[in-house]
Design a protein around this ligand. Sequence first.
Ligand code: BG6
Length: 503
Amino acid sequence: MNNNQRPTALIMLFGATGDLANRKLYPSLYRLYKKGKITERFAVIGVARRPLTQEQFKSNIKDSVLSAIKDVDEAQLDTFVTHFTYHSHDVSNKSSYAELKALAEEMDAEYGLEGNRLFYLAMAPEFFGPITQHLKAEGLTDTNGYKRVIIEKPFGTDYETAEKLNNMIRASFEEEEIYRIDHYLGKEMVQNIEVIRFSNMMFEPLWNNRYISNIQITSSETLGVEERGRYYDKSGALKDMVQNHMLQMVALLAMEPPIKLTTDEVRSEKVRALRSLRNYSEEEVLKNFVRGQYGEGTVGDTVVADYRKEPMVDPNSNTETFVAGRLKFDNFRWAGVPFYIRTGKSMAAKSTKIVVQFKDIPMNLYYNPTEELSPNLLVIHIQPDEGVTLHLNVRKSGQKGLTTPIRLSYSNKSVDRMNTPEAYEKLMYDCMRGDATNFTHWDEVALSWKFVDSISKAWKEKSDTDFPNYKAGTMGPKKADDLLAEDGNEWWPIEDFDIETCS
Ligand code: BG6
């Protein structure tokens, strides 16, 4: 491995006692360490408000690693946690930053970090601006090595707030130094979309409005809002999932091939795709988007109460917990092809899948006795299964003129089950190596917000919802099915597309 593959970094983790740090970040760092992707030359300063002793902090990290990873080498874990220091911090207090700076310099010298600094803001978004401003004002960003900042979502609550936030951060960091997280971009099969498209002669020439009938992207969750009611009731599924994760998948499916795999080239193709996404008028929003909110129902064996009865949720809330939409592109490749998206909470299954439906054969010589000839489908299984399935028609054994549908499947996990890295592991490693390809550029964020803002605005003007309008444990409101039926399409039943049962 060259040095770029084994980067050095001082990570200043703001929000070090939070849920994200404990569930994702510490286990991810440990995996990188265990695999030798980061060496002894890394250090972490955990920053949070509450007072903790160094021992308490280290023991929290150990617990978080042990609860996420099975095969932990305890001696190695003991060495791993020696790289961590805790700093109890008041984000608005100047002298607290001065202490942080002194500590950073100490750690830098002790671990030979060459001044490389990564500021990870896993905090409530209202702190992003003030922290980055203090980091610069108090000299923490004056360093001989690289300085980069990782920003967790949400990046603003609409275009205006996102722009304001971006300007604040840009006062301390250049665009190339800002790593905006969208954890879907760290998922193995989301990264695979480009590879499947651009490394297979059998797909790329067909990947357009001549051969594709429609594309469906579903990201359904079985969980409700749990303890996040305060945030979620102000956000809703549109801002929580569509503005970021869903539109990122749409952009990867719709983009033109980049001329090179560099960060700039890939991101500029995604930006171009988002630029050609049609921004709807209010009237068009109401025709092309459906919102839902769950009411009492059963998810698996669990009885789920109305969304409006969840903790910290307004009992008269009109926040959507489900969104379905028909997206249209105004460009040569995609004119006339609907991209359908749907996402929601408390649904029937936890599943993220992309179904690419090819057009019907123009003249059908064969038929299937029980149903119409199935269209060819390419299913990209993002999670929990990871893989691809191709749906084809073949001759029904011994029966002239009859066909039977078959599925060819590849499961990423069965080949490489132990090694599929976690999204956060990949993203942290990318950031340390200076690879921003799988982070969102400001231009992508801006275009996504503008698209989403027109939907929120249209919904706000027309607040006469009939919520709740879907039962927990289902695949959403009927109107989401009607949306596809208007085009003569239907949602492919993702529950039947389990990769393990395909052959
Ligand atoms: C987060 C949203 O960004 O993504 C959550 O805030 C959602 O509400 C989560 O549950 C879904 O992520 P994943 O990886 O479980 O599909």
